[in-house]
Design a protein around this ligand. Structure first.
Ligand code: FMN
Length: 164
């Protein structure tokens, strides 16, 4: 079976997971902006990853746009986020990102990410600050800008078991 890993990554976290997956599976890892239609058409297994940004899985739109050429393949989606991969919040985000027809055909494996506030671009800092302003719950408000590093290579095991 031929596989491909397609990823989007602003700060390198999702890229790191994509590289680990590449190491373990031997599949090529290609940035989402660089992937060619033929690369996708040639694969039987497509692993797609991207960060969770403002409560959305950043690559969900892309998956919907490409569904025509993805729908007959084994499709795996993973995200990286400040939110713990065990959190039901991520499952809810996933389920509200796609219609049932697509949902049933995608396997979703959330991964732990990393966010260091001082390392963000000025624009992303602004986005976080605006998000904070809109959040009413003081606990969540404080949590939003707190540094997080929950990267864990072992989190990829369920993906590897599913594809191998
Ligand atoms: C502007 C911005 C918004 C974010 N929004 C969320 C969010 O809503 N929920 C969450 O769990 N993490 C959020 N994060 C944290 C990212 O998901 C996390 O840093 C991710 O691992 C980054 O991956 P990347 O380096 O591949 O881009 C946000 C980060 C940024 C910079």
């Amino acid at each position: 079976m031929k596989g491909i890993i397609i990823y989007k990554s602003n700060y390198g976290v999702t890229k790191q997971y994509a590289e680990w997956l590449k190491e373990e599976t031997g599949y090529p890892a290609i940035e989402i902006e660089r992937v060619k239609r033929k690369d996708i058409l040639d694969a039987d297994i497509v692993i797609i990853g991207g960060p969770v940004l403002a409560h959305t899985i950043s690559v969900a739109k892309w998956v919907k746009k490409k569904w025509n050429i993805l729908k007959d393949k084994k499709v795996i989606l993973f995200s990286t986020s400040g939110t713990s991969p065990q959190s039901h919040v991520l499952r809810n985000i996933f389920e509200s990102s796609f219609e049932t027809g697509i949902l049933n055909k995608i396997k979703y494996f959330p991964q732990g990410g990393r966010m260091i506030f001082n390392e963000l671009t000025a624009f992303d800092k602004l986005v976080m600050r605006l998000g904070q302003k809109m959040e009413k719950n003081p606990q969540i408000r404080e949590e939003m800008v707190r540094d997080k590093d929950i990267i864990d290579r072992n989190g990829l095991q369920p993906i590897l078991q599913y594809v191998m």
